[in-house]
Design a protein. Structure first.
Length: 290
């Protein structure tokens, strides 16, 4: 395994992070109370009643999820808003730091609320081991689920793309279409994917550029990249710059320029679209690069 690779983008998607935190909380609470794993009833010296055990496990889950929620917000902000991807080794260190924070918090809780007389280093070591075992299990389950869903989504996108560009039964297939909605959810523009060239964003508006007969047409709608980026990427339309998204079907050249990278489209009058450093890796990946 190459630990220097960036983690998959689905691990930092907002919806996936929320689902992961919620599933981990529910899973952990039920798992601890139903199965009482890893000798957890003996975590407290001298034993503990059912009621206090449920209280302790609930507090552990609350503390843990507070730490995880803050951690995942910071991770999402770094990878999505600051566009600073995190490598696999750093991601594993990040998770280890989460476990240390939760174990430390639980150790403090155990000493002051339950008056455990054991030495702090001993309690911290036990808390770290138990927290690792309990937290990593739901993490692994959610990672596998997100990976499967991402692959399924990609396969569906490929199938849709092929269905829109290959003839069926000897006839000519209708091209796949992409719908553009305004902020009220109303359709403002429908363009065939094969005719869509690029999208330019400015303030709260999107300028859609497409092939219209023998010329390039454009339409202006109210909207933002944030609302369309995921769907566009599934259709082969990638964000390449803070202000641009480009359709891979029409990219003829991708090269290094004086001020960064540019892509040139296959229009009769060449159109150059800038590729900023923060998005260059996304463009490489979309075109099969590494």
């Amino acid at each position: 395994m190459d630990f220097s690779k960036n983690i998959p983008k689905y691990l930092v998607e907002k919806g996936n992070l929320v689902s992961q935190v919620a599933f981990t909380a529910i899973f952990t609470l039920f798992f601890i109370n139903l199965f009482q794993p890893y000798g957890s009833r003996d975590w407290i010296k001298g034993g503990i009643s059912e009621g206090r055990y449920f209280l302790l496990s609930s507090l552990l889950v609350v503390i843990g999820m507070m730490v995880v929620s803050i951690s995942r917000l910071l991770l999402h902000h770094r990878c999505v808003y600051l566009r600073r991807p995190i490598q696999l080794w750093a991601y594993l260190v990040w998770i280890a730091a989460e476990i240390v924070c939760i174990a430390f918090s639980f150790t403090i809780l155990e000493i002051f609320m339950f008056d455990d007389q054991r030495a702090f280093p001993q309690l911290l070591k036990i808390s770290f081991a138990n927290t690792s075992c309990i937290l990593l299990l739901p993490y692994a389950v959610t990672w596998l689920y997100f990976s499967w869903r991402d692959k399924d989504r990609r396969l569906r996108a490929i199938s849709e793309y092929r269905a829109g560009h290959q003839p069926s039964g000897g006839g000519v297939a209708e091209p796949s279409m992409v719908n553009f909605y305004d902020q009220k959810g109303e359709i403002k523009l429908v363009v065939a994917i094969k005719d869509l060239l690029y999208i330019k964003g400015a303030d709260n508006y999107l300028s859609i550029h497409y092939i219209d007969g023998d010329k390039v047409g454009s339409s202006l709608i109210r909207g933002s990249f944030k609302n369309i980026e995921d769907e566009m990427r599934q259709r082969g339309i990638v964000r390449c710059h803070r202000s641009y998204m480009v359709n891979r079907l029409h990219v003829r050249v991708f090269e290094k320029a004086k001020d960064g990278f540019v892509v040139r489209l296959d229009t009769s009058t060449p159109i150059e679209i800038p590729v900023s450093k923060n998005y260059s890796q996304d463009v490489f990946e979309l075109f099969g690069g590494k």
